[in-house]
Design a protein around this ligand. Structure first.
Ligand SMILES: [Zn+2]
Length: 288
């Protein structure tokens, strides 16, 4: 099944596929272990920083190997790429989904550049995600409160979203309706009425929800049910789980200098988190 087939299935059957950021091999393994156990499709995603860390070809090969080894459908996504060139390189390298994030550009320029990525991606049958309303925050644990009034200014305007998505030809649209990157002291309030409107205004597009880490299970389920969200991006919680597990192992075995002997338990900690996420997203058992 292609990326489009999977997202169509998710849309029809009302579930979402988790887009999990990978910034270490142990995270990659943990996510795959969980997906295999839950018989769930997954999206493994890499930001440009993560791509640079692994090397683009290594990313493509690691994911190709993981598909065989774990026998699960894995879609490979370039996450929040701000550069058309980087998007084109990823298309060449064998990614399935490309998120071109032009939300910091003037909207016309965002449209033109996104359209360029779409042309190259569609030639290979790949999908492109577009974004106009910058998802606020960053994938970190924030101690400060969220400024709700400030956030509201960045919410998606459905008509503008439709105009952009149609003109650029993107397949997936990153909706902003109160979701933020990272986790904050209080959970952001989500505007489901707005999300419903975005869904009605863009019936032919797939919708994604970024900032899945700081959102309660109940609200993620609601976003899938009422908002038709088919892709949920999760990063911060995975990073947190990984680093906490790493610290714990090092403390537990302070004289162990062979890293791979510590690594298995770290992957299993990540796998436990991902199993919970897969349960919330409703993607378990979708692989026949
Ligand atoms: Zn994001």
């Amino acid at each position: 099944m292609t990326g489009r087939d999977w997202l169509e299935k998710a849309k029809k059957e009302n579930f979402a596929i988790g887009a999990f950021n990978v910034d270490s091999l142990d995270i990659l393994k943990g996510v795959c272990i969980a997906a295999q156990k839950q018989k769930s499709p997954i999206i493994l995603e890499f930001s440009q920083g993560e791509v640079d860390y692994f090397g683009l070809k290594n990313v493509a090969d690691l994911v190709a190997n993981a598909r065989e080894e774990y026998e699960i459908p894995i879609l490979l996504n370039l996450d929040h790429s701000k550069s058309v060139d980087n998007c084109l390189e990823a298309i060449e390298a064998g990614f399935d989904l490309i998120h071109f994030d032009g939300s910091e550009l003037p909207i016309d320029e965002n449209k033109t550049r996104a359209a360029e990525v779409v042309r190259a991606a569609h030639e290979k049958g790949l999908l492109v995600e577009g974004e106009i309303d910058k998802v606020p925050g960053s994938s970190e644990v924030h101690k400060e409160e969220i400024d709700l009034e400030f956030l509201k200014k960045s919410y998606t305007k459905p008509e503008q979203a439709k105009e952009f998505a149609d003109a650029a030809g993107v397949d997936i649209f990153a909706a902003v309706f109160g979701n933020v990157h990272g986790t904050f002291a209080i959970e952001p309030e989500l505007d489901f009425e707005l999300l419903k409107k975005v869904r009605e205004t863009l019936p032919d597009k797939f919708l994604s929800m970024h900032g899945g880490s700081g959102i309660s299970a109940e609200n993620v389920r609601e976003g899938i049910k009422v908002g038709g969200i088919v892709k949920v991006n999760i990063n911060t919680e995975i990073r947190q789980t990984f680093i906490e597990a790493l610290k714990e192992k090092v403390n537990e075995e302070p004289t162990q200098y062979t890293y791979y002997k510590l690594a298995n338990d770290i992957s299993l900690a990540v796998a436990a988190l991902i199993e919970d996420k897969i349960d919330v997203l409703g993607s378990a058992g979708k692989v026949e």
